[in-house]
Ligand binder design. Structure first.
Ligand SMILES: C[S@@+](CC[C@H](N)C(=O)[O-])C[C@H]1O[C@@H](n2cnc3c(N)ncnc32)[C@H](O)[C@@H]1O
Length: 263
């Protein structure tokens, strides 16, 4: 007979999380019921989950959810799994704008919707638009929305013709083609991760086109790779000023905020 304690002692990767999922019990319930023997149905379910996890499927795709900031988000293999680094963008926006004013804010490449949904949940009076070129991702983002967000399908600014914003935010794909880190990210959509030879193709497109979609004194906020800051500063210097750089919680360069120059 196999008990919860036997599973805990097995050393299987993420076994506590997998037990929680298969038995639909909290961690506290598991550790206070160490002697419980999962029935056959529960064991079959658990063994399937263990196999998938051991073959590399990220836990978030097994549970179908991932926490980000103060909320829980539905995720599927069509969406990138939210990363804690991206919470930095939320902090920057909440610091930047006055909570009593109204702003038009665009989240380009919204994926599961984490940026737009979190900002809108914190400040429902700000008007959020969120885009993606993946219809599947946009459908998940729609399901994650808790407030009224304007979702639009299309490649970068083709999704927002003739619209202008006070702030454009993006966590675009920024990994180089062939980067060895991609070996560990094979379960996530490559179109959410990879951006040309030096990882900057999408960032360049966004920087080049953002000025036509920004209101006077508008801002552009980008997440980027730890080694891309210098090049992005240079790309921004033509149309933007008051450039501010930010490090993530691991002290890696991770985000850049810039204001459109006055014409
Ligand atoms: C790094 S993921 C970020 C997703 C989400 N914003 C987050 O922070 O978790 C990049 C997103 O950009 C989208 N994307 C990639 N190329 C795009 C394009 N040309 N136009 C619009 N969205 C694009 C991908 O589908 C993906 O959802």
């Amino acid at each position: 007979m196999v008990t919860i304690q036997d599973y805990f002692n097995s050393g299987i990767i993420d076994i506590a999380l997998l037990l929680s999922l298969a038995l639909n019990k909290s961690h506290a319930q598991l550790i206070t019921h160490y002697d419980y023997q999962p029935n056959n149905e529960e064991k079959t379910q658990l063994n399937q989950l263990i196999k998938q996890r051991q073959s590399g499927t990220p836990f978030a795709y097994l549970s179908g959810t991932k926490g980000f900031y103060h909320l829980n988000f539905k995720v599927t293999p069509s969406t990138l799994i939210p990363r804690p680094e991206t919470e930095l963008l939320i902090d920057i926006v909440l610091d930047l704008f006055d909570e009593n004013q109204t702003y038009e804010i665009l989240d380009l490449g919204t994926g599961s919707g984490i940026i737009a949904v979190t900002i809108s949940d914190k400040n429902p009076q700000w008007r959020l638009t969120a885009t993606d070129f993946s219809m599947d991702a946009l459908n998940i983002a729609r399901q994650n929305a808790k407030t009224n967000i304007n979702f639009q399908l299309g490649s970068w600014f083709k999704a927002t013709p003739n619209q202008t914003f006070d702030l454009i935010i993006s966590n675009p794909p920024y990994i180089k083609q062939g980067d060895p880190h991609l070996n560990d990210l094979g379960f996530e959509p490559q179109s959410a991760l990879v951006s040309g030879k030096n990882g900057l193709d999408d960032i360049r497109t966004i920087i080049d086109n953002a000025p036509q979609h920004l209101n006077k004194k508008g801002y552009l906020l980008l997440e980027h790779g730890f080694d891309q800051q210098q090049e992005i500063m240079w790309l921004l210097s033509h149309d933007f000023f008051k450039i501010k750089k930010f490090k993530d919680y691991n002290q890696q360069n991770r985000a850049i905020l810039a204001q459109i120059k006055e014409s």
